[in-house]
Design a protein around this ligand. Sequence first.
Ligand SMILES: [Ca+2]
Length: 232
Amino acid sequence: MGAAHSASEEVRELVGKTGFSSDQIEQLHRRFKQLSGDQPTIRKENFNNVPDLELNPIRSKIIRAFFDNRNLRKGPSGLADEISFEDFLTIMAYFRPIDIAMDEEQVQLCRKEKLRFLFHMYDSDSDGRITLEEYRNVVEELLSGNPHIEKESARSIADGAMMEAASVCVGQMEPDQVYEGITFDDFLKVGVWEGRHVVGAAVVGTRGAAGWSGDWHLGGKGSNLGVAFKTI
Ligand SMILES: [Ca+2]
């Protein structure tokens, strides 16, 4: 942390801004320093040496999510070249477990933020819609780690989910009508994340679910997205 303020003053400010406790901020700061090699910012290359990410089929999407201006709340599209510690906290906050002390409204808000983060992972060109191509892309990548699932099957899983989204959101379509893709509102309506596959289930989490029990986990043990964020 910078030299302008005392460290504790800066931690206090970050507690107010991010909702993390001062202990959590210090713990995350140690990880940030480890990752950045003691530099003030992290670049994409710094993620190359995270062992738990190495085998993750959607590794590139996870790393990209850290630099996505939408997730950093810095703009409607584009990627940042590097992120500061405060940016890092902004991203880590999406992975924070749903707190049992939250009231229903806060839980809904928290879930919506997580879903927005997830939506951005699918909507790779930031145009506000997940097209069939983008959806296929994530599902194929996600299932690529499983030798028993062929590319064709991944494709049909994606196509089936997309058709369902169209029927829920548009209803009966005319023969020449084209469904242009899932908007964020559609995404909330359709519930593509709910158990459809592990990205959604893991990111959204549920109150008290094992994957979210107080650790920086994205996904449970053995899941495709079993990224232990504690190693980040
Ligand atoms: Ca898109």
